[in-house]
Design a protein around this ligand. Structure first.
Ligand SMILES: [Zn+2]
Length: 655
């Protein structure tokens, strides 16, 4: 025994646990002896565990370290390898100040898009994480939960007491598990009721009941687990089963993989198959759908074949869809493409629906569940798409529902596989149609922060001032960026071409952001320079001018899509490029968003609702029935943030 990690046995172990339907595996925790695992051993170990965990079991990864920089690097690596969440033990050995602990968790949060949990284990760390600090970080959207291994029920209770809605407390002491789960279930159900779908809630209640019977506490793999844990190498702990503890099933690698293994562009997609070949589905009836035939301009409500529930899929009733500039461009004939073999494209990508039926082989979904579907479907050909990161597709062979090559959501129904479906807590029903545009922002802000953070070179001293951000454009994407950046601790300025009387300007004031009318250009900003600029207009001249407002070491993230056929623009290129070089600036683009950003978005929508109740609802400036599509798509009311077309009137609002 040379002390090397036996990845083969770890893989088998992980497979056995997931076959026993454990919900989450926790790799590189205390029982995984993480401090004794070398940096070069970590990726290999995690890869084998994550690969071996079959759906719906996902893997949480321990990333705590004495230094923030190392913890951030571990977290980034874990996310890259497919972790569903990271669990960070407080910085150990050294006793950092509360402010330093606060910065430690915020740094990890800003480096990844998956949930971050704190890990309180005073006996090994050397001090106790204060519940007040943990709860504040939770309220700011930094922490999704805490694993508490302090050896007392009082400690578990202290984390449950006054915890924000949806905050997850996972007890880590085996001896206390049953009581703590009972305590946690009782304390968390009120908050979790908002986050955990009914089916999962039932499953969790069942799990807690089972937990009280000692004979059920250690199923086969669990017993093996303990025996193996006695010796290294088993850097893997068994997570206390808490089905859907993070408000959903997290990543579900298997269905994605099997879907992509089908080959071809995007693999077998039930909805597309049904639409493309209605004759093969004799029971198919028709449904109303808003159809376009690009490059011909215009849109029409048509009766089209309804998709049929297929094995492995979920049938969803669409409640409502948001309308954005992309939809208007498609209706104008500027881009968009129907699925192969179909003469029309069903429009719409910003969606909210309610599950109508679930195929017998699908778990984790039940009729009545609220759901938002992702937009892009990967090509299955490259490593990014195979990792369910189709937003970074390398081949360009992806399809996008409602935009190119796949039917959209402005229809009565759609069918989709669970890998592309995201659970929506009932409390978010009236605002969840904003999730898809929020995912654009989640990704853009994370990308910008990664550039600004310049991993590995950030000095140890904390910044002497809060970071500053400029949001260009106050449509839904810009406003959601403003909310997210405020939550992330930025001082925010929003610019548009209107005065202070619009709903957007009033909303900016409410969240403590500044509004400026930049109709005459960015000169209105004076000498102000910003660390991060999120552009959400697609206005070409403005985009170049924004570099003038970019601070040293700053990042400008472009999300608006400029018109490719726009006439040439005159810019002061020398001055612009000189600024980029001499001030270490980065100009980056960000498009689309994968599932992890949808899950991050659900958490942040909840944070927004708690911090500024009603702000999201104010962003939906109009709801119109689908039949009114023509007027909605033709004109864009200045000052309007988001117009929504309702497929089921009152379906989202209950009105
Ligand atoms: Zn791809």
């Amino acid at each position: 025994d040379d002390g090397a990690i036996d990845t083969g046995r770890n893989a088998k172990f992980a497979r056995a646990l997931s076959e026993a339907k454990v919900d989450h595996l926790f790799a590189l925790g205390s029982l995984g002896e993480f401090p004794s695992v070398d940096d070069d051993e970590r990726p290999r170990l995690l890869e084998s565990v994550i690969e071996s965990a079959i759906g719906p079991t996902d893997v949480w990864v321990g990333v705590g370290a004495p230094s923030t920089r190392r913890a951030v690097a571990y977290a980034e690596d874990a996310e890259g390898l497919g972790a569903a969440a990271v669990v960070a033990v407080a910085p150990y050995y050294l006793h950092p100040s509360p402010a330093a602990i606060d910065r430690y968790y915020r740094a990890i949060r800003s480096a990844v898009s998956i949930p971050v949990l704190a890990y309180n284990i005073p006996s090994l760390v050397g001090y106790r994480l204060e519940p007040a600090l943990v709860h504040r970080l939770a309220r700011d959207g930094v922490l999704a939960g805490v694993k508490d291994t302090a050896g007392s029920l009082e400690s578990v209770r202290s984390f449950l007491t006054d915890a924000p809605a949806g905050f997850v407390v996972v007890p880590g002491d085996d001896a206390l598990a049953t009581e703590a789960i009972r305590l946690g279930a009782a304390g968390a159900v009120m908050g979790m009721a908002n986050l955990v779908p009914p089916a999962l809630r039932r499953a969790r209640a069942g799990g807690a009941r089972r937990g009280r019977r000692p004979s059920d506490r250690a199923p086969g793999p669990g017993r093996r687990a303990r025996r193996r844990r006695a010796r290294r190498p088993v850097p893997l702990g068994r997570q206390v089963p808490r089905p859907g503890a993070l408000g959903g099933r997290g990543r579900v690698p298997r269905p994605v993989r099997s879907a992509l293994d089908g080959g071809g562009r995007g693999g077998p997609e039930p909805a597309r198959a049904a639409t493309a070949a209605p004759r093969a589905v004799p029971e198919a009836v028709t449904m109303r759908a808003l159809c376009v035939r690009p490059p011909a301009p215009g849109a029409a409500l048509e009766e089209v074949p309804a998709p049929a529930l297929a094995p492995g899929s979920v049938l969803v009733d669409v409640l409502e869809c948001g309308v954005c500039g992309t939809d208007r461009d498609i209706v104008a004939g500027k881009y968009g493409a129907p699925p192969a073999g179909v003469p029309y494209l069903v429009l719409g990508h910003e969606n909210l629906g309610r599950v109508r039926a679930v195929a017998p082989d699908v778990s984790g979904w039940a009729p009545g569940d609220l759901v938002v579907a992702t937009v892009r479907r990967g090509c299955g050909e490259d490593r990014f798409c195979r990792a369910n990161r189709s937003d970074e597709c390398e081949t360009g062979h992806f399809t996008e529902r409602g935009i190119g090559g796949a039917p959209g959501y402005m229809a009565e129904q759609y069918v989709e596989i669970p890998a592309y479906l995201v659970h929506i807590p009932p409390a978010l029903r009236t605002v969840a149609v904003l999730l898809e545009p929020l995912t654009i922002v989640e990704k853009a802000v994370l990308m910008g922060q990664k550039v600004i953070d310049r991993r590995g070179t950030t000095p140890g001293d904390p910044p002497t001032r809060p970071p500053t951000a400029l949001v260009a454009g106050t449509g839904a994407v810009g406003m959601l960026a403003a909310l997210l950046l405020r939550v992330r601790g930025y001082e925010v300025t929003g610019i548009d071409r209107h005065d202070d009387t619009t709903p957007a300007a009033r909303l900016l004031a409410r969240i403590g952001a500044t509004h400026r009318n930049a109709a005459e250009g960015v000169g209105v900003l004076g000498d102000a320079r910003f660390d991060l600029i999120v552009e959400a207009t697609g206005a070409i001249a403005l985009d170049f001018d924004l570099v003038d407002a970019l601070g040293r070491n700053g990042a400008l993230v472009l999300t608006g899509i400029p018109d490719a056929d726009a006439p040439p623009t005159s810019i002061r290129a020398g001055r612009l490029l000189r600024s980029v070089v001499l001030e270490n600036q980065a100009v980056i683009g960000s498009v689309n968003a994968n599932r992890t950003y949808f899950e991050a978005g659900v958490r942040d929508l909840t944070v927004f609702e708690e911090r500024w109740p009603g702000a999201l609802a104010a962003m939906i400036t109009a709801r119109r029935p689908l039949a009114d599509f023509a007027g909605v798509l033709a004109g864009h009311d200045p000052g309007a943030m988001k117009t929504v077309l309702t497929v089921v009137p009152g379906g989202a609002t209950g009105a």
